[in-house]
Write a protein that binds this ligand. Structure first.
Ligand SMILES: Cc1cc2nc3c(=O)[nH]c(=O)nc-3n(C[C@H](O)[C@H](O)[C@H](O)COP(=O)(O)OP(=O)(O)OC[C@H]3O[C@@H](n4cnc5c(N)ncnc54)[C@H](O)[C@@H]3O)c2cc1C
Length: 361
């Protein structure tokens, strides 16, 4: 019993999927481990991407870095997995007329081409009067639940998927290999483990100190007649058209309590914010919550452990997983292929300070 592989990816949300696809392109030998019944952030998220910062007309640095890789990665995933994932839809950003001057100045600046048009007065069926608007492109969404599902079907077909929730305390180091025990005496041995555990990575004995800070997000699906369905509406929340009069509205950000249970408070916040700009009656048809794997410095966490270099991590994708996952998976896959994953600086110092920490191995 037992299998040996080059790379064992722990977790099959967006990060695990994109890394698996990148390793496959490099013809590397790998397995992916995740529990099938879990409901990770990737199954809850709206999957939106957008070129601007949320509060002002300025290019988002993450977009500038990651977008050039993002488009190709999802298009290749679509072709490979035989499904439609990346949906390019313009965004209509509603803002108070007092900000018009700022928006026009940005439009005429060096990166203003993402703004296709600005209108002093937004006249949109179902939208309250009194807003100005900008039409922004590129923008859109990636169908993350479909990506996770299609990726899982591929992994199962290829016999690369292990339905298992890894118990960190059961990881053993033997020579150059890391051994993970499964049920009934079964095991996997890998030259490299890559943890793509999302929010639950916050309690990892190896990478928990890297500042993964789960953040709760809630969103609702609504049915509403008469709202245009060709753009994503962005105001005090984002409204993604799902077709046939249905929309996904979100999301909230909450650090207390941090759980994935939809709450009354979240629902009130979402409906209240919707009513700030939508003047049509709507019916709530779904309400979901999930945990974003945010990080304290808002940067993804990638690299390998200084004391256990055959343990690496790809986490901390936060609220911009769609943009960041392909870029960082691509870099990490190159590093894994070349056998040179940079060590995470400062990690040991943090862990040595924490006397309660026990490092398995
Ligand atoms: C309400 C909400 C809305 C969002 N909207 C957007 C958006 O519009 N755009 C955007 O870019 N991002 C959005 N996000 C963020 C996005 O969901 C995340 O950045 C992204 O999905 C994180 O992917 P991940 O693979 O790191 O983590 P996850 O999707 O959480 O996946 C983690 C994986 O690890 C597995 N796992 C965990 N522990 C173990 C273990 N011990 N053993 C085995 N497997 C394990 C889990 O089962 C899962 O498969 C949103 C998030 C939320 C909650």
């Amino acid at each position: 019993m037992g299998r040996t592989t080059d790379v064992l990816i722990v977790g099959q949300g967006l990060a695990g999927c994109m890394l698996a696809l990148e390793l496959h392109k490099r013809e590397m030998d790998f397995l992916v481990m995740a529990p099938t019944g879990a409901r990770p952030a990737s199954l809850v998220a709206a999957g939106l991407y957008f070129p601007l910062m949320s509060r002002k007309p300025a290019i988002d640095k993450v977009f500038r870095t990651c977008y050039p890789v993002m488009g190709n990665a999802y298009r290749e995933a679509e072709a490979f997995l035989g499904t439609s994932l990346l949906h390019e839809i313009p965004s209509i950003k509603l803002f108070p007329p007092a900000e018009l001057e700022q928006w026009r100045a940005f439009q005429h600046g060096p990166e203003g081409s993402v703004i296709q048009a600005i209108a002093d007065h937004a006249v949109i069926p179902g939208i309250k009067p009194g807003w100005s608007m900008a039409v922004i492109r590129p923008s859109g969404y990636v169908d993350l639940p479909l990506l996770v599902q299609a990726c899982r079907e591929w992994l199962i077909r290829e016999n690369r998927f292990i339905n298992w929730h890894l118990d960190h305390s059961g990881v053993r180091f033997s020579g150059n290999l890391v051994k993970v025990n499964l049920s009934g005496g079964d095991f996997v041995k890998a030259r490299h483990l890559v943890f793509c555990e999302g929010a639950s990575g916050a309690s990892s004995p190896w990478f928990g100190q890297m500042g993964i800070k789960p953040n709760k997000g809630e969103l609702i699906d609504i049915a509403v007649d008469g709202l245009p369905e060709k753009s994503i509406m962005r105001c005090s929340l984002n409204l993604l058209p799902l077709g046939k009069g249905k929309f996904r509205a979100g999301a909230t950000y909450c650090n207390d309590p941090v759980n994935d249970i939809p709450s009354r408070k979240g629902l009130d916040e979402l409906t209240g914010r919707l009513r700030e700009f939508v003047n049509l009656p709507f019916r709530i048809i779904a309400h979901r919550a999930g945990l974003r794997p945010a990080s304290r410095n808002r940067k993804p966490v990638t690299g390998s452990h200084p004391r256990f270099p055959n343990l690496s991590v790809l986490n901390g994708l936060g609220s911009k997983g769609v943009l960041q996952a392909p870029y960082h998976a691509w870099i990490l896959a190159d590093q894994l292929a070349s056998g040179k994953v940079p060590l995470i600086k400062g990690l040991l110092k943090k862990q040595d300070k924490d006397v309660t920490l026990r490092l398995p191995g």
